[in-house]
Every structure is written in structure tokens, then in C-alpha cells.
Design a protein around this ligand. Structure first.
Ligand code: GLY
Length: 396
């Protein structure tokens, strides 16, 4: 009798675990990617200024808000179209992406932004991966050349913002631009790009982290001496608070550093960032972070779907490099995020929101711009995460 009781108890426990697991596994990435492709097809038609890039959706005016190619996000729309073309084979998406490359091409010579990595690698990088054309390679190499003009060897970093000559501001977001530099060394054999990427990452590793493991958004260095002049709140709530997308860029950036270098210190840092995020007392149970983990008005502060999407995509790469037990946990975090983003709470209704896939991101809360909106980079990293998840479950 006692034995039967124990058996029933174990059966109950395991069925609870399985129910929980089934709930987490409920996202079908192929279905979500097909829905996203349909949305982007709609977005193509909604773009009434054919020479502009979607930026966000203006709910009051019920129309897409757009930018020119210089905006830091210009590469995400073509990048997402390339991903969705790969998933669906729909030529209209591919052709639209190629059309956007034409509008972006001139940015290869843009030396005024560190965001050229986002702009060109998410667009031309994906184009080259799908169809390796020499002209794409040339654009990317020129873009990498433009980016390294911003390197200061005394500081050991690429300059992020353009301010007065006595300021040298570096933001954590800049880690994302290093992928272009690693690619450039692999493509050309010239180690200059790789060496600058490693130096930038090492300086960031040394200076950008607080003792609790969280990441500063910005540091203003003295360009003559490399000394830290002061820290900057940037898009975070305060100078000392953990701006969620900044933590997300760090997680993704240091995971990517490990992919290229196989240096364990970057892997350790990526794991530390993940542990910081998922053990933070203000991380909501659905893992869609508030725009800043110390934002005022928690639990009523705005959530940032873009940070969640970036974290999710990063985790799906990071789990590949970890021991089996940690990997299972990180995949479960990612599955939870995907299941929430794919729900009607975050996924825009078909044929609405100008064709954006996700709602509820925060671009820049302190400047009161892009609060609770759709954003191209939220969609890009969400679609990337769905692709990575589809590959993961397909490989099992
Ligand atoms: N500066 C890039 C971002 O808003 O995350």
C-alpha cells in the first residue's frame, strides 16, 4: 500500500513536470515564422515611401514611421526579410530585401557611426550568406574599414557617440558591431579587424561591468589618456541601474565573442550576464524584462520585448557551448520567452501594426521616444531566435 502511495506521488510529480514542459514547448517556430513572413509581406505594401526604412508603427496616425538609411536600425528590415525568405522561399521577400540593399549601399563609407555593424552586417551579411556575391563582400569590407576609423588605441575601444573632442563615449551596444570585424578578418586574411574587436571587447570586459555583474550603458573615456571620466545612464533609468537592452547586448555580444575566439573568459562573462538576468529579483516570471530592471513603478513599468528577443536569441546560441545541465535550463528560459512573445500579448494581430511582428518594446524611455512600440530590431532578433529554436528542435 505504502509502495502504491509512493508510485502515485511520483506519477503526479512527473506529470506536473511534463505538463509544465509541454506548456513551455508549445511554440511551433515554423508556424510563427510563417506568420512573421505574412506580416512582412504586408509591411512591404505599407511602405508608402519606397526610399525609406520602417522604423516603428505610429498608433495615433495608424501608419508606419520610417527613417533614412543613416538611422542605426536601417539594416534590420532587410535582415529580417532575408531570414524570412530563407524560411519560406518567398521570392517577394528576397526581392524586397535586395531592393533595400541598394538604398543602404552608400552607408559602407559612413565613418560617423559605430552602428555600421548593425546596419551592414544584419543586411549585407545575411545577403552574402544566402548568395555569396563578390559585390556584397566588397561592401562589407568597406564597412569594416569605416568602422575601424573609430578605434582609439589609447582607450582600447571604438568610439560610439560623436561628442566633443574631449569626450570618448563607448556604449555596451557597440559589442554587437564587432561581428562585422571578425567576419572581415576571416574574409580578407587581414588581422587588423580581429585585433581591434578583441581589444574593444577586453576593454569593455574590464570597465563596463559593475561589481554585481550588471552592465553600464555608457562610459565616457578621456581620449588622450584612456582614463574613465564618468559613467552614463544613457537609455537606462540611472547611471547605476541595469538597462535591460544593455544587458541583452552584452549577453549576445560576449556569446558571439566566444563563437569567434573560443576564449573561455568571454563564455564565462556571457554566463555571468545570463545568471544576473535570470536571478534578478525584478525579472518578471515570464522573462520579458522591464525596460530597466530598476525602473520606477515596477511592477507597472513598461516591458521591453526587444530586450527579451535579443536575450532569447543569445541564449539559444550560448546553450550550445555549455554543459548539458546548464544548457537545458537556458533552453527552457528561451522557450518561455518564445512562448510569451508568440502569444497575443506580444504578437501583433495579422494585418495590423504596419506589419510589425511584435508589439511592446521600449526604444528610449528617458527621452520619451519609442515607448511601448514595435521596433525593427525586436522583430529581427525574435525571428532569429525562432530560426535558432527551429534548428535546435529539428536537430533533436
Ligand atoms: N543604441 C541601440 C539601442 O537602443 O539599443
Amino acid at each position: 500500500m505504502k509502495g502504491l502511495g509512493v508510485t502515485i506521488l511520483f506519477t503526479l510529480i512527473f506529470s506536473c513536470i511534463n505538463t509544465e514542459k509541454d506548456k513551455l514547448n508549445e511554440v511551433d517556430p515554423a508556424v510563427e515564422l510563417a506568420n512573421a513572413a505574412a506580416q512582412y509581406h504586408y509591411m512591404m505594401k505599407e511602405l508608402d515611401n519606397a526610399n525609406s526604412f520602417p522604423k516603428t508603427f505610429n498608433k495615433d496616425m495608424c501608419r508606419l514611421q520610417t527613417s533614412d538609411s543613416e538611422w542605426w536600425c536601417s539594416g534590420f528590415y532587410p535582415g529580417t526579410l532575408f531570414y524570412l525568405y530563407e524560411e519560406t522561399g518567398k521570392m517577394e521577400l528576397y526581392e524586397e530585401a535586395i531592393r533595400m540593399l541598394g538604398l543602404l549601399e552608400k552607408e559602407q563609407y559612413n565613418v560617423d557611426t559605430h552602428d555600421i555593424g548593425f546596419m551592414m552586417y544584419c543586411s549585407y551579411g545575411n545577403a552574402l550568406r544566402i548568395v555569396p556575391k563578390p559585390e556584397y563582400k566588397e561592401v562589407l569590407v568597406n564597412s569594416a574599414k569605416s568602422l575601424i576609423t573609430r578605434f582609439n588605441p589609447v582607450v582600447g575601444c571604438l568610439r560610439s557617440h560623436n561628442r566633443k573632442p574631449t569626450d570618448f563615449v563607448v556604449i555596451i551596444d557597440n559589442m554587437m558591431n564587432l561581428e562585422l570585424l571578425f567576419w572581415a578578418t576571416q574574409a580578407t586574411g587581414d588581422s587588423i579587424y580581429w585585433d581591434i574587436a578583441v581589444k574593444h571587447a577586453d576593454t569593455t570586459l574590464k570597465n563596463h561591468f559593475r561589481s554585481d555583474g550588471s552592465i553600464y550603458h555608457g562610459i565616457n573615456y578621456d581620449p588622450q589618456t584612456g582614463a574613465i571620466q564618468h559613467y552614463q545612464a544613457g537609455q537606462g533609468y540611472t547611471e547605476q541601474s541595469p538597462w535591460s537592452r544593455g544587458q541583452a547586448w552584452g549577453l549576445y555580444g560576449f556569446t558571439m565573442m566566444y563563437r569567434f575566439t573560443q576564449d573561455a573568459k568571454y563564455l564565462d562573462k556571457a554566463v555571468e550576464i545570463a545568471e544576473y538576468l535570470f536571478n534578478h529579483p525584478n525579472m518578471p516570471t515570464d522573462y520579458i524584462p522591464y525596460w530597466d530592471l530598476d525602473a520606477p513603478n515596477i511592477p507597472h513599468a513598461l516591458r521591453d520585448a526587444s530586450a527579451a528577443a535579443i536575450i532569447c536569441s543569445a541564449l539559444l546560441e550560448l546553450q550550445k557551448y555549455l554543459d548539458a545541465a546548464t544548457s537545458v535550463i537556458y533552453v527552457q528560459y528561451a522557450e518561455k520567452i518564445l512562448s510569451v512573445l508568440a502569444s497575443p500579448e506580444y504578437t501583433a494581430p495579422a494585418g495590423e501594426y504596419g506589419g510589425f511582428v511584435l508589439m511592446h518594446s521600449v526604444g528610449n524611455a528617458p527621452s520619451a521616444t519609442e515607448r511601448d512600440v514595435s521596433l525593427t530590431y525586436a522583430d529581427y532578433y525574435y525571428v532569429e531566435a525562432l530560426k535558432r529554436y527551429k534548428e535546435l528542435i529539428g536537430s533533436k
